[in-house]
Design a protein around this ligand. Structure first.
Ligand code: HEC
Length: 170
């Protein structure tokens, strides 16, 4: 009788003992349950899902796909101009100068054969539409690097609004 109980208990406890042995890796069973052993895609590694055709980033269209100039969606309020001034002085003034004359401290390094830094107060640039200045900030222009990484679309329009003020002052 006693032997029977012992055998029954041993048989019943087998799964439990097996489970413990596997948990504590006495028995090493490769279940492929380790996090590092899964298909994973690293940053900037393919395959990538492309956005569906015609998808628009939630921040809105940055550059119209048909090549037309974007329209300024940010009204030139005092707040926008004040933000634009701060951003202009951080991101543009080093080259274009505080008052937009193209005489910032870095401008002297842009000498021939490199392009000269444009004076933003030139009539030619006063005639630029807001959208063109926006595109120049976004995509760069010949000798000027794109600044899209530094400024969000809204901030670029604030800078455009501020440049209009600079142009009226000078
Ligand atoms: C590192 C220097 C540098 C910085 C910073 C810089 N620019 Fe320029 N920018 C240039 C140079 C150089 C040119 C002339 C490019 C050429 O003619 O090839 C230029 C040209 C321009 C033009 C005139 C393009 C034309 O039609 O002649 C505009 C407008 C302009 N920049 C706006 C900006 C604004 C706005 C910012 C700040 C968000 C900015 N730039 C920051 C160097 C700079």
């Amino acid at each position: 009788m006693k032997r029977r109980i012992l055998i029954t208990l041993t048989i019943l406890s087998m799964p439990f003992i097996l489970g413990l042995a596997i948990t504590y890796e006495v028995l090493q069973v490769d279940f492929l349950s380790f996090m590092e052993e899964q298909p994973s895609v690293n940053y900037r590694e393919g395959p990538r899902l492309l956005p569906p055709d015609g998808a628009i980033p939630i921040t809105g269209v940055e550059v119209p796909p048909d090549g037309s100039l974007p329209l300024n969606p940010v009204p030139a309020t005092d707040a926008s101009i004040a933000r634009g001034k701060v951003l202009y002085e951080i991101h543009c003034a080093v080259c274009h100068g505080k008052s937009g004359q193209g005489d910032g401290p870095v401008a002297k390094y842009f000498q021939s054969p490199a392009p000269e830094v444009s004076a933003l107060t030139d009539d030619r640039i006063v005639r630029h539409e807001d959208g063109l200045i926006y595109l120049i900030i976004t995509q760069g222009f010949q000798g000027m690097a794109p600044m899209a990484e530094n400024l969000t679309p809204q901030e670029r329009w604030d800078v455009v609004n501020y440049i209009r003020v600079l142009q009226n002052e000078n």
